[in-house]
Design a protein around this ligand. Structure first.
Ligand code: NAP
Length: 291
């Protein structure tokens, strides 16, 4: 039995789908008001709870062999990225869980002080490594599904909003590939007790993305490049009446201001460990949107 947290999220949903396609038993940790019907139809065991509640985490972990932590923080990294994961690791130990897969983030070890999600994930990584559990820590770059709504908007308007430096590089990962990697991590020998950067096969500059959209939809792109200082100005203004939101925006600012890509060697290593051919962003978008 797998326990998947964040089971209604972009990644978690794909993990549950793929596990059920293999007819593997899976307990999906969901909130009462989330959209979990699809997971139930696929035969997942639905566990309704809230990751802010230790009692819920304790119950959800009973009788599971594998845990994949794939939840997000909903603007509260202290409670969700940090505390909920620490509680999951403690419960994994108490229940003799065979393997714990943690979805971290690429660049988590660079010491970004202004990025609460990165700080929380780094502390969880350390706690997991020291826990004595078998683990795999995956550090993905941006998920390809994030671009689906932007591509849809581009299809209608031809507009692409690019915030920050157009030359910044990333290696966007197919969210379906990441789900496959997360599941395989519990059984693939080369993934045991490893911290792995995870990205797609191509290093892309931000300015490449509207070009990909343009090829998909056969439309000339209108790129609106918003400089980072405008984002910073808006963030400071928000801080005047909502300091909490201003702090949370630090993670987004870090993502916008820096490069998050994997080297060709890291990608080759990943492909060889998991015996997988990683999908390009263009192919992912074509699969979902046609074109
Ligand atoms: N997206 C990216 O580009 C990216 C890149 C690198 C790493 N990551 C990491 O990958 C993981 C998955 O990301 P994602 O984009 O798939 O996340 P997502 O789509 O935002 O989903 C977040 C999930 O967490 C659940 N959740 C939030 N608060 C909860 C609570 N109090 N109790 C129970 N469940 C709760 C949400 O449930 P509801 O449906 O009820 O809201 C949802 O299922 C995250 O850890 C994220 O930090 C993401």
């Amino acid at each position: 039995m797998f326990l998947v947290t964040g089971a209604t999220g972009s990644l978690g949903r794909r993990i549950v789908r793929q596990l059920r396609e293999q007819e593997t038993p899976v307990r999906a940790f969901v909130r009462l008001f989330s959209r979990y019907e699809e997971l139930e139809h696929r035969g997942a065991e639905i566990f309704i709870g809230d990751l802010r509640q230790d009692r819920d985490i304790e119950k959800a972990c009973q009788g599971v062999e594998y845990i994949i932590s794939a939840h997000g923080s909903n603007g509260d990294p202290q409670a969700l990225d940090y505390r909920a994961n620490i509680a999951l690791i403690d419960q994994a130990k108490a229940n003799n869980v065979k393997h714990f897969v943690f979805i971290s983030v690429l660049g988590v070890d660079r010491g970004y002080e202004d990025a609460p999600v990165f700080k929380a994930k780094r502390e969880v990584e350390k706690y997991l490594v020291a826990s004595g559990l078998n683990y795999t820590i995956l550090r993905p770059s941006g998920f390809a599904n994030n671009l689906l709504p932007l591509a849809e908007r581009f299809r209608e308007t031809g507009i692409y909003l690019l915030i920050g430096d157009p030359k910044n590089r990333s290696s966007i990962i197919s969210t379906d590939d990441l789900a496959k990697i997360a599941i395989a991590s519990v059984s693939v020998e080369g993934a045991k007790n490893q911290i792995l950067p995870v990205g797609g096969p191509d290093v892309l500059k931000r300015e490449d993305i509207p070009r990909i959209f343009s090829r998909l939809f056969n439309k000339e792109p209108i790129v609106i490049n918003v400089p980072l200082f405008l984002f910073d100005g808006l963030r400071s203004a928000i801080g005047l009446f909502n300091p909490q939101t201003q702090r949370s925006l630090g993670t987004l600012r870090t993502l916008l201001a820096n490069e998050f890509f994997c080297t060709p060697q890291e990608i080759a290593h990943l492909e060889s460990i998991y015996n997988i051919k990683l999908e390009s962003l263009e192919s992912f978008l074509r699969r979902y949107l046609g074109g």
